[in-house]
Design a binder for this molecule. Structure first.
Ligand code: ITT
Length: 197
């Protein structure tokens, strides 16, 4: 298993979840805040996996340490998978979570079919730019008609989690990590790492 790992994200919500999930492991966890500012790469991949790979390889080269990158988002069935890979920028390049959520509610106003899912792709890369691992995870749910709960981040207030039978923003961090797309993907990664030892 790796001794040091940089969690390559600027999203504080993601970072907190990773720190909690990785805490039991003997790995020194760093974040991008431990390095001088690094310009962000262009996330122009057509899939979550492609974007996770772009970020992991780029930040591993920039930091000189192995990096774990996450690309994730919400896919709404009635919108043909949107916001999808554009989840962070759904309402515009610099959009806030609040603005993204408002636009999504507006676009779903007259929709009865409200199935959706969170997806997460993870990639681990070395400073030489070699991809070590790629895994993913999915979390099924329903899009709510109005925000519910005050936990989590991003689209959590609009997401009814089928597995928890409650709103994602109503869940404790432990509950969310148990069923979330990110929790599932990370456990897959940890299984791969521990099988190799
Ligand atoms: P980094 O690229 O720096 O990791 P980002 O926020 O730009 O940060 P993404 O490009 O992967 O990350 O965009 C993911 C967006 O999808 C994120 O901004 C949230 O709005 C949403 N999202 C992802 N995981 C989520 C979760 O667990 N709960 C709620 N929303 C989530």
């Amino acid at each position: 298993m790796l001794k040091e790992l940089v969690i390559a994200t600027h999203n504080p919500g993601k970072l907190e979840e990773f720190k909690e999930l990785l805490a039991p492991l003997p790995i020194a966890i760093k974040s991008l805040a431990d390095f001088p500012p690094i310009e962000e790469p262009e996330e122009n991949g057509r899939s979550f996996a492609a974007n996770a790979r772009i970020k992991a390889v780029y930040y591993a080269k920039q930091t000189g340490l192995p990096c774990l990158a996450d690309d994730s988002g919400l896919e709404v069935q009635a919108l043909d998978g949107a916001p999808g890979v554009r989840s962070a920028r759904y309402a515009g390049e610099q959009a806030t979570a609040e603005e993204n959520n408002q636009l999504l509610l507006q676009n779903m106003k007259f929709q009865v079919k409200r199935s959706c899912r969170f997806r997460c792709a993870l990639c681990v890369a070395t400073p030489e730019g070699r991809v070590l691992n790629e895994v993913d995870g999915t979390c099924p749910g329903m899009l709510l008609h109005e925000p519910l709960g005050d936990g989590g981040f991003g689209y959590d207030p609009l997401f009814w989690c089928n597995e928890l039978h409650k709103g994602m923003a109503e869940a404790t961090p432990e509950e969310k990590n148990r069923v979330s797309h990110r929790g599932k993907a990370l456990r897959r990664l940890l299984n791969i790492w521990t099988r190799r030892r």
